[in-house]
Structures are given as structure tokens and as C-alpha cells.
Ligand binder design. Sequence first.
Ligand SMILES: CC(C)(COP(=O)(O)OP(=O)(O)OC[C@H]1O[C@@H](n2cnc3c(N)ncnc32)[C@H](O[C@H]2O[C@H](COP(=O)(O)OP(=O)(O)OP(=O)(O)O)[C@@H](O)[C@H]2O)[C@@H]1O)C(O)C(=O)NCCC(=O)NCCS
Ligand SMILES: Nc1ncnc2[nH]cnc12
Length: 302
Amino acid sequence: MNAAAFSPEGARSLNAAKRPLPLVERLTPAAIGRAATLALHDELALTPKPGLVTLVDNGSHDDMDAHTFMRSLFSLRGYFVRIAEAGHAGADFAVLERCGIEAEARMLAATRGINTHRGAIFMLGLLCAAAGAVSRECECEGPWQPAQLRDVLRRHWGAALLARSRRVSTLPGGIAARRLGLRGASEEAALGFPVLFETAVPALARGLANGLTPQLARLDTLFHVMAVLDDSNLAHRGGLAGLRHAQDTARNFIDGGGAAGEGALAQAQGIAEDFVARRLSPGGAADTLAAACWVMRICGVS
Ligand SMILES: CC(C)(COP(=O)(O)OP(=O)(O)OC[C@H]1O[C@@H](n2cnc3c(N)ncnc32)[C@H](O[C@H]2O[C@H](COP(=O)(O)OP(=O)(O)OP(=O)(O)O)[C@@H](O)[C@H]2O)[C@@H]1O)C(O)C(=O)NCCC(=O)NCCS
Ligand SMILES: Nc1ncnc2[nH]cnc12
């Protein structure tokens, strides 16, 4: 599949031509949830990543490593299926939120109190619920379009998400975001995840269409996201200066050719070392990358 398939014209021409088989052929709640677990693994397995935990290093984190993430990921498998089922059943926001809070408790039990995936529980959970709703409402033939997921999310839970975003956060990232006037995780959700749908998914689709390997396309996408996201983890750890440093660094990487550029991996490794020295970790960007990998799996691109 190519990037043009993410426009209506592209979708029509692909439907007319011989179409690649979607990776998730029947989008049952089980398949939707499985794609979420695989997408979290896609993100974890990406190396290098600035300041983030990978399979081979802990980035800027003293309290967690790849094992912590794997335990967390396994503890969440049932959650993503359950929340997709809830979306399929037309559940209201309070049901989804309860499901998310239970999943957070399960994650914290699996990691002995370490926050590995709070943002992913929220973001990917909502997306799985939206996919559950699409699978019930849509009679469309062939691969789904990312816009369908976004439309359904807004239509069903947009008003509740807006109300949710006005609650005062008690989390370090949420507190930093409010203090600095940034758009935190819940505002991003209330707007229908603009960075995911307008930056991350197009960047990943474009990278793959241009022949980058999945690893390089994901690396490129991570930097595109870091350049524009108000990542509250960066703000919490490094203040506004830390967030702006991360955004400027990401923009320079992209302007220099991104992951397709000569020496891109060495440059990304250098940036990873700089982030560790500064104790910066773009956790919100990592979740957004995982969400983009999930959208690609759901829409039939691995
Ligand atoms: C709605 C909640 C998610 C809370 O949101 P709130 O606005 O109060 O808090 P934030 O801190 O802003 O965001 C929570 C997590 O979301 C990720 N994130 C950060 N910025 C953004 C952004 N702009 N857009 C999207 N997502 C964003 C991020 O999660 C990742 O980072 C975490 C790792 O962080 P770490 O460095 O370890 O930092 P800390 O744990 O803070 O401690 P230190 O080590 O630094 O001391 C990791 O979790 C990643 O996933 C933010 O942390 C919400 O929590 C909520 O309502 N939850 C329950 C309900 C629910 O989940 N429902 C689902 C269906 S409705
Ligand atoms: N790989 C990772 N390292 C640190 N924080 C994260 N939050 C989500 N993914 C992460």
C-alpha cells in the first residue's frame, strides 16, 4: 500500500486495482486488541530512540527496562480486547474510563508501581474502542481509512473527552502541561488526536511508500511527532526549555533528510545520548508512534 491510499482517491484506485490483503483481515475486538499489543511492541523494539527504553538500553530511565515494558505489555493484552468490545457495544465514556483505570491498576501491579504505559492505555484504549465502533457501524469493503477511526471517536466520545480535558490533572506531566499552557494528553484526545492523524500516520505511510524499512520509517515518524507534540513528559522532566530543545532537535533531524538521510542512524544515536545526558524522555511521542503503528496494522499496512 502507498501513501496515496490514505486519500479517498487513493482508496478508490486501490480498491479497483489488486489490493494487498489487510494484515488484520477480520476486525473483531480480538484482532483490534491484538494489533494494539503488537503496536506497543513495534515501539519498544525500535532502536535507537532518544531517551526512551529500547530492547537494548534504558534511555533516560533508572527504574525501568525492556523487561518492565514486556511485563506491562502482557498485562494489557486483555484490556485492549475488552475496550474494543465496549466500543463495539456502543458503551458510553464512563465505561471506557473505568476500563482504562482498571488497566492502569493492572499495569502498575505488573511493573511493581512503575508507569510504563499510562499514556498508551489512554490513547490506544480510545482508538481500540473507536475501531470496535467502526466494525459495528461500517459496512465498508476493504481496508479502513484512518479518517473513519477519527470521525467515530469524535462522534461517540468527543463531548466527553472535551469535558475530561477540563479536569485538573494530578499527574506530574498534566500539572506541567497546565502550568506551561501546553496541550497535554487529554486535550490532544479531545481534539481527535491531531498529531496522530495529521502528522504521525502520514509520516509513517510516506516513509513506507518511499521504501524505508519499517524500522527507519518508525524512526522518521518518531522525530516528526517529537517536532510538533507538546509532550508533557518532556515538560515535566526538562521544563519548557527541555521540550523546546527536543522539538528543535527533531526538526533539525528531519530538515537534514530524516531517517532516509546519509548517516541517519549514527545521528539518531548521537541524539539519544544527548537526551540521556539531559534526562529527557519523550513518552508522549512514543505512545503516538505506537498508535500510528496500530493504525497501519488496522488499515492493512504492517
Ligand atoms: C487522561 C490521562 C491520560 C491523564 O492525562 P493528564 O493530562 O492528566 O496527564 P499527562 O501527564 O499529560 O498525560 C498522561 C500520559 O500521556 C502521555 N503523553 C504525554 N504528553 C502527551 C501528549 N501531548 N499527547 C498524548 N500523550 C501524551 C504520557 O505517557 C507516556 O509517558 C509515560 C512515561 O513517563 P515517565 O517518564 O516515566 O514519567 P512519569 O511517570 O511521569 O515519572 P518520572 O519517571 O518522570 O518521575 C508513560 O506512561 C507513557 O505512556 C503521559 O504520562 C489519564 O491518566 C486517565 O484519565 N487515565 C485513566 C482513564 C483511561 O486510561 N481511559 C482510557 C479510555 S477513556
Ligand atoms: N519506550 C519507552 N520508554 C520510556 N517511556 C515510554 N513511554 C512509552 N514508551 C516508552
